[in-house]
Write a protein that binds this ligand. Structure first.
Ligand code: PMV
Length: 311
């Protein structure tokens, strides 16, 4: 048994442009947050144990191989197998401000921070394509067939443009400067799958109408890449607002999403949109002037909010 500690970290992610439209072949843009998760591995006794104090009510604690529906336990078991550490007497603690299940890449950050810490503990190198493949395996436990967007952004960091079916599917977007943002969230009213399947049914009933919306979101994403690379925050903000309007038209927004977006704009955000699958969950507001003031207004209204630099 190793006496050393292993550590690993990974950021959360936000989708800046193109969620949902990306399912229909349009480009999307996603970026790493300055907020994330950090994992520490230490020797212990008994079956491998995992503790995440900030998730669940009063913290989550699981043991590897534990029976039951916990995808965290299954993801943990898978990560140990990938690193050849199944059954090792060790304890992992994962800490950080990234909330679980609101569309901020928590499962990818969980997988990548855990894999990095376990590799460090075993003193084996794990990076590049091998880390991406391992993260995809662990994420499959949570999402079935992940698109790769989350764990690619979380592993590589920075900002990436993604389009299914293009080669390469990921291209770096070189931000002229980091984005000063407020991320706020409320519990989800439905899963990513609910949001994607609901939109699929609406689109199949009126394909021409919805495909026009997806194309418009693709154009917003392309204009967004140009504005991000030029450091033109006013235009990025306007494009956030436009993208949010299209997502609302698609039926994936919620009362909480609309309230958070409206509050952020009223308190000085230059643009705001839901981020991720919607039906509740997270929003991103671009706040070059008074990010703290916007975050405080959202918290005062009963939402969770953090100030984060993007990219
Ligand atoms: O699961 P989330 O909230 O990060 O969002 C997924 C993004 C979607 O475009 C809605 C779905 C997908 O597979 O791309």
């Amino acid at each position: 048994m190793s006496a050393r500690l292993g550590t690993g970290a990974a950021p959360g992610k936000v989708i800046l442009f193109g969620e949902h439209a990306v399912v229909y072949g349009q480009p999307a843009v996603a970026a790493a947050m300055s907020t994330g998760l950090g994992a520490t591995v230490e020797p212990a006794s008994g079956a491998p144990a995992l503790r995440i104090p900030s998730w669940g009510r009063g913290g989550l604690e699981v043991r590897a191989g534990e029976a039951g529906p916990s995808s965290i336990a299954r993801g943990f078991t898978r990560a140990l197998e990938v690193l050849g550490l199944a059954g090792e007497p060790l304890a992992v603690t994962i800490e950080g401000d990234l909330p679980l299940g609101v569309g901020l890449g928590s499962s990818a950050a969980f997988a990548v921070s855990l894999l990095r810490a376990l590799a460090d503990y075993r003193a084996v190198p794990l990076g590049g394509a091998a880390l991406l493949a391992a993260a995809a395996e662990v994420e499959t436990v949570f999402h079935g067939t992940p698109s790769g967007l989350d764990h690619t952004v979380v592993t590589r960091g920075g900002c990436l443009r993604f389009a299914r079916g293009e080669t390469p599917a990921f291209r770096p977007v070189r931000l002229a400067r980091p984005l000063p943002a407020v991320i706020a969230w409320s519990p989800r009213e439905g899963s990513t799958r609910d949001a994607v399947e609901g939109l699929r049914a609406r689109r199949d009933a009126l394909p021409a109408a919805y495909d026009g919306l997806f194309a418009a979101m693709g154009a917003v994403a392309e204009a967004g890449v140009a504005a991000l690379e030029a450091g033109d925050l006013a235009t990025v903000g306007r494009l956030f607002d436009l993208n949010h309007g299209y997502l609302n038209a698609c039926g994936v927004s919620s009362l909480a999403n609309e309230t958070m977006v409206a509050l952020a704009r009223r308190h000085g955000a230059v643009g705001a949109k839901l981020t991720g699958a919607g039906l509740g969950g997270a929003i991103i507001a671009l706040c070059p002037d008074d990010a703290e003031g916007v975050a405080t207004a959202l918290v005062d209204a009963g939402f969770r909010a953090i100030v984060s630099r993007i990219g």
